[in-house]
Design a protein around this ligand. Structure first.
Ligand code: FFO
Ligand code: ATP
Length: 242
């Protein structure tokens, strides 16, 4: 396990160094190509409830256009909110929920956190609907959501690195991996797994690696599909996205 974490750490460092060299022009161009592809996908067009990460100032495909398009088309948009928890002795010290944006104004009023990620204020959380179908922080409140309520139709995920086998490497806090496990436990499993879509920020060669290059263990979730910065859609053999 120590070796696995060391291998992931090393890969994160490698990618971070590569991302420093990407120009603003290239990053804008790749964002618009990736979004063009996303908007043509039936899985996006038909999704009513979507989760979208809100991009950092650099190193990620910008998702501002997705939020605008989704809200304009009447979709429910859920965004990450991370917070510390104390009462799970054998779990993580912080968890991530996906909380609902009210409207475009709400989105535009979000303020950047220490990583530059637009984030809902702590004081707004108690009144926000979360993706588990309850209101406020989900940890400690899970039991109140009726079975079948909540859930997401599409999850647009960030990542440091991806490979051709649809493996994904995050920033190493396990936020998405823990969140997906909780979401799966709380939503109607008969519907099957919600499609997980990664957007491969920045050029093919910078973040997309050869098959099985991302070290993974049993807690890592594979993506169903990946959109690259040149607008290509890669799908997995296990995927519900054809
Ligand atoms: N845009 C965006 N939003 C997101 C995520 C993300 O990866 N991207 N997250 C996905 O989980 C969660 C926030 N988690 C994060 C965890 C660590 C770091 C980070 O940069 N940590 C180290 C650097 C570690 C590294 O080299 O990767 C730092 O503080 O410098 C950023 C976000 C929720 N929102
Ligand atoms: N569902 C889980 N149950 C137990 N441990 C988990 C679970 N999900 C992640 N972990 C653990 O959390 C730690 C961080 O995970 P990992 O390095 O895979 O994060 P990541 O995929 O880079 O980040 P993220 O999921 O936030 O994007 C690892 O030690 C991993 O084993």
């Amino acid at each position: 396990m120590a070796t696995m974490q060391a291998a992931k750490k090393q890969l994160r460092k490698l990618i971070k160094d590569r991302l420093c060299d990407v120009s603003l022009d290239s990053s804008k161009n790749q964002t618009s190509k990736a979004l063009e592809t996303l908007f043509t996908m039936p899985q996006y067009q038909n999704a009513q409830r979507i989760s979208v990460y809100l991009s950092m100032p650099s190193g990620e495909i910008s998702t501002a256009g997705i939020v605008h398009d989704a809200l304009k088309n009447g979709k429910e948009v859920f965004v990450p909110y991370t917070y510390k928890i104390s009462h799970l002795a054998d779990g993580p010290g912080s968890v991530m929920d996906m909380v609902k944006l009210d409207d475009l104004r709400d989105y535009e009023e979000l303020r950047p956190d220490k990583w530059g990620i637009p984030t809902p204020t702590e004081s707004s959380i108690a009144n926000r609907i979360n993706s588990f179908g309850s209101v406020g922080k989900s940890v400690g409140h899970d039991a109140s959501s009726a079975p079948g309520q909540g859930g997401l139709d599409l999850i647009v995920m960030p990542g440091m690195a991806f490979d051709m086998n649809m493996n994904r490497l995050g920033h190493g806090r396990g936020f998405y991996d823990f969140f997906l496990e909780r979401l799966q436990r709380h939503t109607d499993t008969k519907k099957g797994r919600m499609p997980l879509l990664g957007s491969n920020a920045l050029k093919w060669s910078e973040q997309l690696l050869e098959e099985s290059s991302v070290p993974t263990d049993s807690t890592d979730w594979k993506l169903d599909a990946l959109i690259t910065g040149d607008g290509q859609l890669l799908t997995a053999s296990h995927s519900r996205i054809a």
